[in-house]
Ligand binder design. Structure first.
Ligand code: FES
Length: 140
């Protein structure tokens, strides 16, 4: 799936124009984002944290396919939040359903850093797709 939810306005996004890094915790994977190569994972907004994560093989849950219609792609932006687009009302509505809400909470499919600083993102345990990462019963 992927694309844009036709029932909500597209968020205002400032796409990156320079390379920058996103560190995903707790797996501690550092991804260098090259604007010329976006989109990476093809789910979520182009250049979104979900797009970047999926392109790097980091399996964040994304039940709705990245169209702001669930809250399973919830992450915490620990550093670099000021470089990300503002959350829209539909994103904030969806986040209200997310467990463990914090001031740093965002939907990774709707959050696009502009690349002016590096970003650190924590993926909550409950949103990491452990089976896809090879830690489930079949992958142990
Ligand atoms: S994947 Fe459903 S809101 Fe992000």
């Amino acid at each position: 799936m992927g694309g844009q939810n036709p029932y909500i306005a597209a968020p205002e996004v400032k796409a990156p124009t320079q390379k920058y890094q996103v560190t995903f915790l707790p797996m501690n994977v550092v991804v260098e984002v090259d604007p010329a190569k976006l989109p990476y994972g093809h789910d979520g907004l182009p250049g979104s944290l979900l797009d970047i994560a999926l392109g790097a093989g980091i399996a964040i849950d994304h039940a709705c396919g990245g169209v702001c219609a669930c809250s399973t792609c919830h992450v915490f932006v620990q550093r670099g939040m000021q470089t990300c687009n503002e959350p829209t009302d539909p994103e904030l509505d969806m986040l209200e359903n997310a467990p463990g809400l914090k001031p740093s909470s965002r939907l990774s499919c709707q959050t696009v850093p502009d690349g002016t600083t590096d970003v650190v993102v924590e993926v909550p345990d409950w949103n990491r797709n452990l089976v896809k990462e090879g830690h489930g019963p079949a992958g142990e």
